[in-house]
Design a protein around this ligand. Sequence first.
Ligand code: SF4
Length: 279
Amino acid sequence: MSQFYTVSWFSAGVSSAVATRLAIDSYGVDEIIYIDIEDQHPDSMRFVKDCERWFGRPITILRSPYGTVERACRAAGWINGPRGAACTRLLKKRVRKEWERSNAHHNLRYVWGLDADEAARAERIADAMPQFEHLFPLLDHASGNGMGKAEAHAVLRASGIKRPAMYDLGYHNNNCIGCVKGGMGYWNKIRLDFPEVFAARAKLERIIGASCIKGVFLDELAADAGRHGGPIVDECGIFCEIIGIEPATERLTGGDQLTADTTQPAVAQADAKPAEIAQ
Ligand code: SF4
């Protein structure tokens, strides 16, 4: 039994899924936690359920009582700024901190899905939370210089799990639809793919009096502004063989009470209580 209580903060993204699976195999993981936001693409919950089968265990699902990006931004009175996004703080960070408060008796060790290109971000996470141990299975992967995004996509594909729909729509991650941290090209893509979300965020900006993109309100954004790269294409590599990946169906266990229901979370935990907006 490890001296640590190891928790994977699963984001329902591809890198996070592969990092979680690697951590299960290499270190052991005591709990996998996904913080759900109503603005996620509905396919995210299908992906969560598929990953439960791949991981061979249920995923704990936490939710903020604010629920949506819009409610969080309205409550905070701002959207995005030098100190980060209001929704990140209220919908994710606060939920994690409340979980940490109720689990302070554990010697916590966290698993993060940062990849080979995100070493600086990983360092910032470790510096920001020195009270915990941190694992970065993709960065530390023994196959060479760590595992990049394309390799992580290839590993997931080899598992037989379909990646979340947002990637196939051409987005680089499975963030909320209409992520307030997006740039001009991102927003012009959202305008085309999810016009109702674009319109709702544009309205929100005017209500709050602040913009997502610095200095440009969405209802003034030129339709040809910015660029958004194409979908991530799986790299034809040897990573799957290196880590001995198994198809998701081979990880099924009888005792984890996994269900085929893709509309409901397997484990819904009590929401955090709204409190002051603080770092
Ligand atoms: S993914 Fe984007 S919109 Fe969603 S909580 Fe994070 S910053 Fe906000």
